[in-house]
Design a protein around this ligand. Structure first.
Ligand code: NAP
Length: 459
């Protein structure tokens, strides 16, 4: 009876996870997606406690309690800009747990464990352990604990592939000789070292995409463990996690015009150290008051937000400014690039937090045709996602990345602190166009001054 109840709750949890992903696909329903995900996990934990109640329930409850105490503040207190590294930490914990359960399962059942089960278990442990160290390095790079530069050296691929080869060969040996318990530390050690080598050679810039890929690895290893433990919920949840991480990784790489192999094995420092122009050109700098004068006569304004808006936490003042402009009868829209900021949906989340109506958010493909008829585009802390080098310079690391065509608007206002490049390290020739007004300063400060200038102007 208890088993039946636990199995039924597993089905409910699996359904909630599927609904969670479905709702997460749209900004409008994403809160509901979050609620479904949390509810699904609560049901899953409850069902697991029920299913295993005869075996050390005190240990299980203790483990859940530790998870709640450690996890809740991390979930509640982490700033939005630190979500990528927080996610890396979650994957590190998740994959370590999966790998350790796999190791415990092996030591518990060896040498009687059958070869089919042991092959799944070995593959799961290799993935789990490499995801653990890879995620820790991703966290350290994003948090600035270690340099974000890729560690590149001669023979790097040879060393990495050699270590991966050791992990796979020792795992295969273990499958053929299940009683050789001393081989497992070698499998685990080689996988841990490979995860480290893999991610340490990738630039901090590519970490959000790497995290999506590691997410996928963690999910696949959890699904494999589900097969070993005969736990259907783990299979479903792991598969959903693995496939969604993979799809997200593909979407992100496409939006950055990169391939998976280029990200994982390309020594992606190239992205950071890309072609920065050495030409001496003069940009026109303006004050917020100058911009206010232009905006007073505008009929249409599009905001193009980017990473700098997140850093400055300028989304609320952007919304206030938009309200003032709309009250003057000016048409206002927001142009959303799929990889603006540092994580998927970064701009959507910030603007939703500032209560910007969803129907004013225009995705790149829909908004691009509107720029030629737009009077003023205000680029708030965005850079790469507006850089025309992506269209015109085949030698640029940005070449081929779809961009917001802000250069086609009548006037382009850039709000940023300096003439420096963005994430890709590539100079932006838009800064030097006659139609561009550079307003240098922190986005929140500049926009606040712009807002008060507009208000002082009256009608
Ligand atoms: P970006 O190219 O990194 O440019 C952001 C700009 O914001 C910088 O040039 C910086 O210039 C400015 N800035 C920083 N702090 C500021 C502040 N307090 N006030 C005003 N401006 C400030 O950002 P983006 O245009 O959003 O492009 C995103 C980049 O990240 C793309 O290259 C994308 O491929 C990459 N990426 C995105 C994701 C994702 O999932 N979204 C994942 C991985 C990589 P100053 O220093 O001069 O102020």
């Amino acid at each position: 009876m208890t088993d039946l109840l636990a199995e039924s709750l597993y089905v409910v949890a699996a359904l909630l996870f599927v609904l969670s992903l479905k709702f997460m696909a749209e900004v409008r329903t994403s809160r509901m997606g979050n609620i479904c995900g949390v509810a699904g996990m609560a049901v899953a934990i409850g069902a697991t406690l029920l299913a295993y109640q005869t075996q050390n329930v005190d240990l299980l409850v203790g483990a859940v309690a530790i998870g709640v105490v450690v996890g809740s503040p991390i979930g509640l207190k982490v700033a939005m800009t630190a979500v990528p590294q927080r996610t890396a930490m979650s994957h590190a914990f998740g994959s370590l747990a999966v790998a350790l359960v796999g190791a415990a399962e092996y030591y518990h059942d060896a040498p009687a464990i059958d070869p089919a089960t042991l092959s799944v278990l070995s593959g799961e442990m290799v993935l789990g352990f490499l995801t653990f160290t890879g995620s820790c390095i991703a966290f350290a790079k994003l948090q600035g604990l270690i340099s974000g530069k890729p560690l590149l050296y001669r023979g790097r691929m040879f060393v990495s592939m050699g270590v991966l080869g050791v992990a796979i060969a020792s795992a295969a040996y273990l499958v053929a000789n299940p009683s050789q318990e001393m081989v497992l530390p070698l499998v685990a050690g080689a996988a841990l070292v490979f995860g480290f080598l893999l991610v340490i050679a990738i630039g901090g810039a590519d970490m959000p995409t790497v995290i999506a890929i590691l997410n996928s690895f963690a999910g696949i290893s959890a699904a494999a463990l589900g097969f070993v433990l005969d736990n259907q919920l783990l299979i479903v949840a792991g598969t959903l996690d693995g496939s969604s991480g993979l799809i997200l990784g593909i979407i992100m790489s496409k939006a950055m015009n990169r391939s998976f192999t280029n990200i994982l094995f390309g020594g992606v420092g190239a992205t950071v150290t890309g072609t920065t122009s050495t030409e001496t050109r003069v940009a026109q700098t303006y004050t917020p008051e100058d911009v206010a004068t232009i905006m007073r006569d505008a009929r249409s304004v599009i905001f193009a937000p980017g990473y700098g808006m997140a850093v400055a936490q300028a989304q609320h003042v952007v919304k206030e400014l938009a309200d003032v402009l709309q009250a003057r009868g000016i048409d206002v829209k927001y142009a959303i690039h799929p990889v603006a900021g540092r994580m998927p949906g970064h701009m959507n989340v910030l603007l939703a937090e500032a209560q910007v109506p969803y129907d004013q958010l225009w995705e790149m493909d829909r908004v691009n045709p509107l720029f030629p008829e737009t009077d003023v585009v205000i680029v708030v802390g965005a850079n790469d996602v507006t850089n025309p080098a992506a269209r015109t310079r085949p030698d640029s690391p940005l070449y081929g990345m779809p961009i917001l065509d802000v250069d086609k608007a009548r006037t382009v206002v850039f709000i940023k602190r300096s003439m420096g490049p963005g994430f890709s390290g590539v100079d932006n020739e838009l800064f030097y166009l006659p139609k561009t007004m550079m307003v240098l300063g922190d986005a929140k400060k500049v926009l606040t001054e712009l807002l008060s200038s507009l208000r002082n102007m009256g009608n």
